[in-house]
Design a protein around this ligand. Structure first.
Ligand code: HEC
Length: 105
């Protein structure tokens, strides 16, 4: 009888330790942009904005480093994008998508 109790308690300890191991909460935090927390309320990334992002990243870093969207205001970006879209051989629609993307926040 004493032996049975011992086996049961050993089993209980094993089961408990397994259970607690599997219930360890995953504290992995998604690596977000370093500036994400300082932005007020980030706009939801729509398909069109995502397209602007990829257009921007693929066309606007050919001649110079990719400028940070925060380097210029929305007003300042307007003439820059229209000047640069010509340099990048992009049409107005692509330029507009790029503009929408860099000025979304
Ligand atoms: C063919 C090369 C080329 C491509 C492609 C290009 N740029 Fe430029 N970019 C330049 C040059 C050269 C300058 C500096 C002279 C000037 O301002 O025209 C410049 C300057 C800039 C500046 C600084 C402007 C300022 O007034 O200080 C920004 C911002 C910029 N580019 C954004 C973009 C964006 C956005 C795109 C994509 C639509 C782009 N560039 C594509 C050549 C290019």
């Amino acid at each position: 009888m004493k032996y049975k109790v011992l086996v049961l308690s050993v089993l209980a300890v094993i089961i408990y330790s397994c259970a607690s191991k599997s219930s360890v909460p995953t504290t992995e935090v998604k690596n977000t942009e370093p500036t994400a927390s300082t932005k007020p309320a980030p706009t939801v990334m729509t398909a069109e904005l995502a397209e602007g992002k990829s257009l921007y990243e693929n066309n606007c870093a050919k001649c110079h480093k990719l400028y940070d969207a925060k380097d210029f205001s929305a007003e300042e970006w307007k003439p820059i994008v229209s000047r640069m879209q010509k340099k990048a051989h992009l049409d107005d629609l692509a330029g507009q998508k790029i503009y929408n993307y860099i000025t979304m926040n």
